[in-house]
Design a binder for this molecule. Structure first.
Ligand code: GLC
Length: 796
């Protein structure tokens, strides 16, 4: 198998579907976030990580602390040689004994760690079936020596059972109870106190954790342990627990422990012999359900079947869109990793090492759900429905809210609500499912509980947009509120006096897009169409009159009227979003464009990606918000904020500036950046939320991987703008923005019930589009909606 993009830490497999880490000591944890629906686990290349159900912070099964340098919390697997007394861990953590060979394969829905220690080869695969709340660790041990080996496998994990981090551990441990069920080869753990009331059942702080957790083995364990002190010993750590020096685990269970789950299984191997077994960790609604699950996986054939279901599940989700281009890195990101990152980490799991998370962000997961548009648009629909039901009667929305408790935070970010019509428009353009606009969805009452009032999705969207008629400044642009898309501008408009130029750009596009949609409805509302177009035009004029700074648009005004993102500022002189969205939503007049582009190239387009703003704020500004409090060059304060970086690519594509678009893309593609792993540090297979900018001494260092809104956008911009295959109201437009030198590409794309096999060839004498062999009058491919495959040939 050919290795791709190999560095001293690892490589992508030939098909791009696995990243193989070849040594455990990567410069940061290189993890896999595995969450097919509600149960999930994160596994690092060192074998560390955590597990949760539904909410990675409120319902964490196992203990973990955020320490990205030590990466020392996890669920451990030890092996001990009963004859020599030597022991090691199957993964690098927690013993960190030097393995003779080591490999960690992160794949779609699973991670496999292989190692060789003392002549024992081990392979253990962690995966989560798509339809049951548990994870399976399939372990295979092979004796590579010429003598018989008598081994013990030990597992160990610490129960958390509820909200994390459990800072007051001495308090919480008093409520956990463990039990051994010999028939089921399982330890069960329950907790008599939960500080939250899951799904409204009971009263917080006076209610049981509403699950039973279990840890079990397919083989009959020779020992088990629930007491941390007995396993670890006092003043010890997991690199050398006292249990490994004792013949057998003590078998303690009960209510008076510091609760862990540890199993001991004897594995004797003749020379060359291989044995396999499986451990499970998961939970059920009650003890009986937990034990049923534990028992099911005593049989390794059930493990095989779960593995097959898991593979089929992810394959089906990822398959509908596939590209083949001359850029291998682009292909493996687009075909596999960006989709997987978005679904597994952003939507299903909502967690990552850099941000344990767990809540739904109103704007965040709506944007993320756009990844499903060409893959499984009914899932975007589900997300729209969920978010619409978290809109208040006055049109505003939660900023984020928690599953399990339903609690939310209101915060005054004035853009949140607009993402509902924005994503709805994109959903409708993809599917033509206008009937969805008639679906009735409840609003939230002012107290945050579902109200009795329902409105159609159409009304929800209109209500979001129409709130702005009372939120415009005297100069006719939207008030900012706490901030807008840029969360870090958190204090700029608390008095509701500040003005946001980006929000004006954003709203202008939505008003015009909505007017276009309205015209296609069975009963178009003529006054709305006229009003939205008129207001958009007015706002565009206002932005251009008041907020053009000579070479670029300023970003905003503060509550006190002071301008940010202007030449007059010392720090934060120019902001990216105020320029890119002026292009995306046609705000910038032609005559101003060249100056603006020059300014962007000069100040913002840097070696490792377009900066969110420049220069970074050096001192905190209480009139702007926490953005200015970050160290200069970090996150929103003058680094690459990858999410916004993708919009710069889109803007360049819109202008047809091919070289710029691709230069930007390559400047922050994780595959490209991963070629310098000691500088970049983070995983090369998923996008980072940010990369340090030039005002940081760590210019070029990536951070905040996995849990970032950039993955869905990079997927979308890559397929719809770089490759240029994007839905319009009337069909699929093919308008590629290819880098010079490309001969073309192919794309398989599902669209409104048909599958299109698109081949694009560049360098032809004239532009033409052939569908099933017939020349088209336009470059929009019609929607056949016939359940068939169609071939499309585009000559550029
Ligand atoms: C974070 C937030 C997101 C916001 C972005 C930019 O990623 O989750 O909602 O748009 O930061 O500030």
């Amino acid at each position: 198998m050919k290795r791709q993009f190999q560095t001293k830490y690892g490589y992508f497999t030939e098909d791009g579907r696995e990243y193989v880490v070849t040594r455990p000591d990567t410069p940061r944890p290189w993890v896999n976030v595995i969450c097919p629906t509600e149960y999930g686990t994160v596994v690092s290349q060192a074998g560390s990580g955590y597990s949760w159900m539904t909410h990675a912070t409120f319902n964490r099964l196992t203990r973990w602390e955020q320490d990205l340098l030590r990466d020392g919390w996890g669920k451990w697997l030890y092996c001990r040689d009963r004859d020599s007394g030597r022991s090691w861990s199957l993964a690098w953590q927690p013993v960190r004994a030097r393995p003779a060979r080591y490999e960690c394969r992160h794949g779609i829905g699973y991670t496999t760690i292989r190692s060789l220690h003392s002549g024992i080869e081990s392979e253990h695969t962690v995966f989560v079936p798509p339809d049951e709340p548990l994870e399976i660790w399939r372990v295979r041990l092979t004796n590579r020596t010429r003598r018989a080996r008598r081994l013990d496998l030990f597992t160990c994990l610490e129960w958390n059972l509820g909200p994390a981090p459990d800072t007051h551990r001495e308090f919480h441990r008093l409520f956990i109870e463990t039990e051994w069920s010999p028939r089921d080869h399982a330890l069960v753990a329950t907790k008599r106190l939960n500080t939250i009331a899951e799904r409204g059942r009971g009263q917080p702080w006076n209610v049981e954790w509403p699950h039973a957790a279990f840890h079990a083995c397919s083989a009959r364990p020779a020992g088990h342990e629930s007491d941390k002190e007995r396993f670890l010993g006092i003043h010890r750590d997991y690199a050398g627990p006292v249990a490994l020096e004792r013949r057998r685990l003590s078998g303690s269970t009960g209510k008076w422990l510091d609760a862990i789950a540890a199993l001991q299984v004897a594995v004797d191997l003749a020379p060359g012999e291989t044995k396999e077994l499986a451990f499970t960790l998961g939970l059920g609604d009650d003890r009986a359900a937990a034990l049923r699950l534990a028992r099911r996986y005593h049989d390794l054939r059930a493990v095989d079947a779960a593995w097959e279901r898991m593979r089929a599940y992810w394959d089906a989700l990822l398959a509908p869109l596939e590209v083949h281009t001359p850029d291998a890195g682009f292909d493996l990101l687009t075909n596999t990793w960006l989709k997987y990152q978005t679904m597994s980490s952003r939507i299903f799991g909502r967690t990552g090492y850099f941000q344990p998370g767990g809540a739904w962000g109103f704007r965040d997961q709506l944007q993320d759900s756009q990844v499903f548009l060409p893959l499984a648009p009914e899932r975007t629909k589900r997300q729209i429905r969920l978010h619409a039901a978290h809109q208040f009667q006055d049109g505003t929305t939660w900023h984020w809210w928690h599953p399990l408790t339903g609690e939310g935070a209101k915060k005054k970010y004035n853009d949140d609500l607009l993402w509902l019509p924005f994503v709805t428009l994109n959903y409708l353009r993809e599917t033509g499912d206008f009937a969805f606009l008639d679906e009735r969805i409840p609003y939230l009452a002012p107290d945050g509980k579902p109200s009795r009032e329902r409105g159609t999705l159409y009304e929800h969207c209109r209500r979001a947009i129409d709130t702005f008629w009372s939120r415009l400044s005297p100069r006719g642009v939207p008030r900012m509120g706490a901030g807008d898309w840029n969360d870090g501008l958190s204090a700029i408009g608390l008095k509701l006096k500040s003005e946001s130029v980006w929000l004006a750009h954003f709203l202008i596009g939505i008003l015009e897009d909505w007017a276009g949609l309205e015209e296609r409805l069975p009963r178009p509302h003529a006054r709305t169409i006229a009003k939205y177009r008129r207001e958009a035009a007015k706002m565009r004029r206002s932005v251009n009159r008041h907020f053009w700074d000579g070479d670029w648009y300023v970003r905003a005004t503060k509550d006190d009227g002071e301008v940010i993102g202007s030449k007059r500022c010392r720090d934060g002189r120019i902001y990216l979003n105020a320029q890119t969205w002026a292009i995306l939503h046609d705000v910038v007049p032609k005559a101003r464009l060249p100056r603006m582009l020059r300014a962007m190239e000069r100040h913002l387009y840097r070696r490792y990606g377009p900066l969110l703003l420049w220069p970074a704020y050096r001192t905190p500004d209480a009139g702007i918000g926490y953005l200015t409090r970050y160290a200069p060059g970090s996150r929103e304060n003058g680094g690459l904020y990858t999410h916004a970086g993708t919009w710069a690519i889109q803007a360049e594509c819109k202008l047809g500036r091919r070289e710029h678009a691709w230069r930007l893309y390559r400047s922050f593609s994780p595959v490209e950046r991963g070629r310098e792993p000691d500088l970049y540090k983070v995983e090369p297979y998923v996008t980072p939320g940010n990369v340090d900018g030039p005002d940081s001494p760590n210019f070029g260092r990536g951070g905040w991987t996995w849990y970032t809104g950039s993955s869905a956008w990079l997927f979308r911009v890559g397929t719809e703008w770089l490759l240029g295959v994007r839905p319009t109201w009337d069909g699929l437009r093919v308008e590629p923005c290819l880098p010079p030198g490309w001969k073309g590409f192919t794309m398989k794309r599902a669209f409104r019930g048909s599958v299109y096999r698109i081949t694009v060839r560049s360098g032809g004498a004239r532009r033409e589009v052939l569908v099933d062999g017939r020349r088209q009058a336009t470059d929009v491919i019609p929607a056949f909606a016939d359940g068939r495959e169609h071939t499309v040939l585009v000559r550029l």
